[in-house]
Design a protein around this ligand. Structure first.
Ligand code: ADP
Ligand code: MG
Length: 694
């Protein structure tokens, strides 16, 4: 149970004074959450100093300032586009307040002649005169306190006013409870960190731009809190996972030999090395928790099958969890012929199976007739009972919720777990994303693959490219056409993709299909199937095809505005082609002129197909923040952690969490208790639940 001290933070922002439904909706959009803690985690990106200037004649430079003036006269604009000037003075020092297109009556009310007014905004020298254009504040002296000397600048969303956001945050700050300290005392001293509450308050009231930088103690403390909560959560889940005694499997040779005989190729060196790492894990009495990283096409499926055969040879069942139904079915199709050849039964269970059919499948899973079971996460959430589950292969593709997923594998038994990901992750980031998992890398492509010819072409030539596809299509090739994803706007995504679909349809008629993120899964599925079946020559898509069907006949990948994509993403998209026997190509369209970095990035794409090299380069050129911070990456977004600036902190948090889980695995000490609060604070409830549950 979450400590009640935290309750106020988990209430809706709608409970705060002055938050109406309209602003609440805007704020929820901005924050990506609806709780007060979400609001308080919204951090300023900069800070303005509204220094008070007295007398006005002492001013010596342009910039943001606050001052008191007396209004002397108004000079309304004579023409529409001309400015409305309000003449003011402080002693003998005159100044002008200037507006364009402001309602005259409002100006008269706000700036009454003969009255004193406090104004705050950017002071400029214009023709040797002091002036302020559209002041941010214009208030009678008795309301002076509404102008803060230091003002935070927050990321905003259209329709919400900064003043509104400030007001609401000020209403929320008093809600902050005092919490017990969860960071080790020596560390607090070393880094001169204040308490969590003080830092949260200071976060919203920076006194200089410096304080809004990632290396300021307020930010490092909060980043450390977050890093510690994540690392601790990961390690608690892992510790619980490892606590259950695993099964010592042995005698892998029999089915393995049959598999090798059934394969039309030899295993690559990387596959052999990976399998021996897996065999060692599985032969040991501890549970396996291994991450298998390998590019699309690096041959993970065979490794997964061999892993599953290990347990089947020992009389156990194996399950494989795919992120989508399409992928589950694809895995089943790939594995079925091999399973037939080896003499192992394979079953697939998806949401499509209903009624009697479903029950029949469930029966074979329960009585053990089904040896390999493939499905989505529903396999573990539904009331599926396994006969004797020995291992689970989790195909993550490009998602990263592994630790949440692990709890699913805990169905009374203690199966070994192999997690597969097609996203090559730079070594320096593996730790913060996957914690202490053991890692194998398939860093060698199966032989005989034809390289994909990648070219960079300016967007200006888009129409030519569209025309030029005729030749390819005449030769029976199929084409992916990817439109860029606009992070902020689903509407724009759709508009872009629809425009392109229209353009291509004018040339190629009804042989052009369209898939986008707003379609219902079944409709998406139907279009993809048409493309796979050859009823469409061109598939226009937003990035939904990332985790898509396998179409070996597709040989051309065109990506618009390639400069907007992350390299890892371009790499994944490109991996959609080059799967058949024909030579494939990839056209990266870019908007000229490219920045130096932009050029370098696209050149990396042109020059290499090695996902690990691309991942490292991407990290080097863009920084982790950009790689990981976007929705496109599917990686966890952070509140305070900067993957670029806080890597040392993350490393420290990792060590710290390890010490904690060794010394106080159930978090029963006083610090342990405080750490539980920390976990709840960062909504790691799942991890707290592992405590005391054996
Ligand atoms: P991944 O799952 O890593 O994307 P797959 O397992 O689907 O890759 O393998 C891609 C293709 O390469 C498949 O057609 C597979 O049969 C083939 N393949 C896998 N291993 C080898 C190998 N050692 N030699 C030749 N081809 C291989
Ligand atoms: Mg695969």
């Amino acid at each position: 149970m979450r400590p009640i001290t935290l309750d106020p933070l988990f209430k809706s922002i709608r409970t705060l004074d002055g938050v109406g439904p309209k602003n609440a909706t805007l704020m929820e959009k901005l924050l990506g959450g609806e709780k007060i803690i979400d609001l308080l985690r919204h951090k300023p990106i900069d800070c303005i100093h509204r220094g008070y200037i007295k007398p006005l004649s002492s001013i010596n430079r342009e910039g943001i300032a606050t001052t008191k003036v007396t209004i002397t006269s108004h000079s309304p604009s004579r023409r529409r586009a001309a400015p409305y000037r309000i003449m003011a003075k402080d002693g003998d020092q005159p100044m002008d307040i200037v507006y364009f297109n402001a309602p005259g009556q409002w100006l008269k009310d706000t700036y009454p002649i003969g009255k004193d007014i406090i104004i705050s905004g950017k002071i400029e020298f214009y023709n040797d005169k002091i002036q302020m254009l559209h002041p941010d504040y214009a208030l009678p002296p008795e309301r002076k306190n509404e102008i803060k000397e230091y003002e935070s600048i927050y990321p905003m969303t259209g329709g919400l006013s900064p003043k509104m956001l400030h007001k609401v945050i000020d209403h929320a700050l008093p809600v902050l409870p005092s919490l017990p300290e969860w960071i080790d005392e020596t560390m607090i001293k070393k880094y001169q960190w204040s308490s969590w509450k003080e830092c949260m308050t200071a976060l919203h009231h920076p006194q200089s731009s410096k304080e809004t930088l990632n290396d300021h103690p307020v930010r490092t403390r909060l980043a450390y809190d977050e890093a510690l909560s994540r690392q601790l959560a990961m390690q608690l889940v892992r510790a619980k996972f490892k606590k259950k005694k695993g099964i010592a499997f042995d005698g892998f040779d029999d089915l393995r030999a049959k598999l090798l005989a059934a394969l039309p190729f030899d295993l690559t060196g990387a596959q052999q090395r990976t399998l021996s790492e897996i065999d060692t894990d599985m032969a040991s009495p501890h549970r396996m928790l291994r991450l298998l990283q390998g590019d699309v096409g690096s041959g993970k499926t065979v490794v997964a099958l061999a892993t599953m055969l290990n347990v089947i040879g020992n009389g156990y069942q194996a399950a494989m969890m795919a992120p989508t139904e399409i992928l589950a079915r694809q895995h089943a199709e790939t594995l079925q012929p091999l399973c037939d050849a080896i003499g192992v039964t394979l079953t697939i269970l998806t949401g499509r199976d209903k009624g009697k059919d479903r029950q029949a499948i469930l029966d074979t899973i329960e009585n053990g007739k089904a040896q390999i079971i493939i499905g989505t996460h529903a396999l573990f959430q539904d009331s599926v009972a396994f006969h004797k589950l020995g291992c689970v292969v989790i195909d993550e593709q490009h998602r990263f919720g592994v630790h949440q997923r692990l709890s699913l594998t805990d169905k009374g038994t203690a199966p070994d777990v192999l997690v597969m990901t097609a996203t090559p992750i730079p070594r320096t980031l593996t730790l913060s994303l996957f914690g202490d998992m053991d890692v194998s890398r398939l860093d060698e492509k199966p032989p005989g693959r034809k390289p994909i010819d990648t070219v960079l072409i300016s967007n200006d030539r888009l129409a030519d490219i569209a025309e030029g596809l005729k030749r390819k299509i005449a030769e029976g090739e199929r084409i992916y056409w990817v439109c860029p994803l606009v992070e902020e706007s689903e509407k724009m995504n759709l508009a872009n993709a629809e425009d392109r679909h229209t353009l291509l349809s004018q040339i190629y008629g009804d042989r052009v299909g369209l898939v986008h993120g707003r379609m219902k899964p079944l409709d998406k599925d139907a279009v993809m199937q048409k493309f796979a079946g050859g009823d469409l020559d061109i598939l226009v898509a937003t990035t939904v095809i990332e985790v898509g069907v396998n179409v070996p006949e597709a040989t051309v990948m065109i990506i618009e505005h390639a400069e907007r994509f992350g390299l890892a993403q371009l790499h994944q998209l490109r991996g959609r082609v080059g799967r058949g026997s024909d030579k494939s190509s990839c056209i990266l369209l870019y908007n000229a002129p490219l920045s130096e970095t932009g050029k370098e990035r696209l050149k990396v794409m042109r020059d290499t197909e090695d996902g690990f090299v691309i991942a490292e380069k991407d990290l080097e050129l863009r920084g982790a923040g950009e790689i990981l911070g976007t929705r496109q990456s599917g990686l966890p977004a952070t509140y305070f952690i900067s993957y670029d600036d806080h890597r040392d902190l993350m490393q420290m948090a990792h060590q710290d969490a390890r010490l904690i889980t060794e010394k106080d695995p159930e978090l029963t000490s006083r610090r342990g208790d405080a750490l539980k609060t920390l976990l709840y604070l960062f909504e790691q409830d799942e991890a707290v639940r592992t405590l005391g549950s054996g």
